[in-house]
Write a protein that binds this ligand. Structure first.
Ligand SMILES: [Zn+2]
Length: 450
């Protein structure tokens, strides 16, 4: 998260206005023409994003051809300095981008694609923070995108009664660096490193599978992160962040959960606002999913938030062994990335990037490993150690006891559902577990299957 993203937004409008008035306008640049200031690109597994910095808004049009496969973007009333330029990308989708003057008064971008059948979207992002207006061009492989989604759903289907899936979400990425420390360390890089260690550690535990929302330096919209957790059928979603404050002395980790009814305190509300601003910095095109808040099912969500708070408490206890804790209990606010209705979700700020000592720690592989270890322990405690079946008890005097099947209750499951899974009845399960008729089952509870 970046406090600058909130503070500097209004200031730069004035400085830019003054800059325009004072600057020398070159002869070839018509008054009012938009200037191309720079170009960056980011490669995700199914999408390549090209970002062009502009001095102001510009009209543009796009067209595509299949032979050769390319996308052309025409920027009207625009110009650029110097000669035509080529930016080599060479990822799986795009080979290069050519930036050229398109007389009489425009600039043309030509994206040379690796193959046919790719889709593209172009949109403008308004000024935010200290960033100029940006033109974003996304080139996507829709077939591969569907395949990846299907693979996630297969993992959910094949999960089985006892195994658990943890989805780890490294915050920010690509255009959105998150908080930047005094030595230039970026939140997006630190949280990706910690996430990878956590995935490796959790993956070594029998019965737990762990996946990342992003495994590289590219941006994911908040709603995409939520969708990935749902596609995996996650039993736990952990969004990793590093905090920032105008006060360099501020330090310590904190944990946040979703609130449906406003924040627990002003600081949590402001933090949620800053983390939610990630979409503005990283770049989101309009349309697509509705905000999930409109489809929240209150009952499910309340139970999910209770689970999330319980998990957050465990995380704070475990993190406290390796890192100072800023607040002793999880705090709540309207974090958009925590809005999967039926997935316990927490947001962990692992420390303050703006604190020079914590920045040094967050950069170190040893500290990242310690943080990941504590999060691993917390996840296992929260999910209940799935692991192998317990060994059968000692043989009884009147004959050997058959090995018991057990099932660990997942959230949202009731006895009828579990009975269906094992081809038995609710009554049989109650009898085998000596349950009273009205007793309820809890997520994480291990029950005997008759
Ligand atoms: Zn963040």
């Amino acid at each position: 998260m970046s406090w600058k993203s909130i503070l500097s937004g209004r200031v730069c409008v004035f400085t830019l206005a003054i800059a325009v008035v004072l600057s020398h306008v070159p002869g070839h640049l018509a008054w009012g023409a938009t200037k191309v200031l720079g170009l960056r690109h980011w490669s995700a597994p199914t999408c390549t994003r090209v970002v062009v910095d502009l001095s102001g808004e510009a009209e543009f049009s796009t067209s595509c051809s299949s032979r050769p496969p390319q996308v052309t973007v025409g920027l009207k009333k625009s110009t650029m300095e110097g000669r035509d330029r080529v930016f080599r990308i060479q990822d799986t989708l795009v080979s290069q981008v050519r930036l050229s003057l398109d007389p009489p008064n425009g600039v043309r971008l030509t994206l040379e694609l690796k193959r046919e059948g790719l889709t593209h979207h172009a949109f403008l992002l308004p000024r935010v923070d200290d960033r100029p207006v940006r033109l974003v061009i996304d080139v996507e492989n829709p077939t591969l995108g569907q395949q990846v989604q299907e693979e996630r759903r297969t993992i959910q289907r094949d999960k089985g009664g006892e195994s658990r899936v943890v989805v780890i979400d490294p915050g920010h990425g690509g255009e959105d660096p998150g908080a930047i420390g005094p030595r230039g360390t970026m939140e997006k890089d630190v949280v990706l490193s910690i996430a990878r260690v956590l995935r490796r550690r959790l993956g070594q535990i029998p019965g737990i599978r762990a996946f990342l929302t992003r495994d590289g330096d590219y941006f994911l919209e908040l709603r995409q992160r939520v969708r990935i957790a749902k596609e995996y059928g996650a039993d736990l979603f952990v969004s990793l962040h590093a905090d920032a404050s105008p006060n360099p002395g501020t330090r310590g980790a904190s944990v946040y959960c979703l609130s449906l009814k406003g924040a627990t305190d002003e600081a949590a509300r402001i933090l949620a606002e800053r983390e939610n601003a990630s979409d503005l910095v990283g770049g989101v095109r309009l349309g697509g999913d509705q905000d999930l808040s409109t489809i929240l099912l209150d009952m499910v969500q309340t139970q999910t938030i209770n689970d999330s708070l319980r998990c957050g408490g465990i995380v704070l206890r475990e993190l406290g062994n390796v890192q100072g804790i800023k607040f002793p209990a999880p705090r709540q606010a309207g974090f958009r990335v925590l809005k999967a209705p039926d997935v316990p979700s927490i947001l962990v700020e692992v420390g303050f990037m703006s604190n020079p000592e914590e920045e040094a720690l967050l950069r170190s592989a040893a500290f990242q490993e310690r943080i990941a270890h504590s999060l691993e322990r917390a996840a296992v405690l929260f999910l209940g150690q799935p692991g192998p079946e317990p060994p059968p008890r000692e043989a009884h005097v009147d004959g050997p006891k058959p090995k018991q099947r057990t099932h660990v209750v997942r959230r949202g499951e009731n006895l009828a559902h579990i009975a269906g899974l094992y081809n038995t009845s609710v009554g049989e399960i109650r009898k085998a577990n000596q349950m009273k008729d009205l007793s309820h089952i809890q997520p994480g509870q291990r029950i005997v299957i008759p």
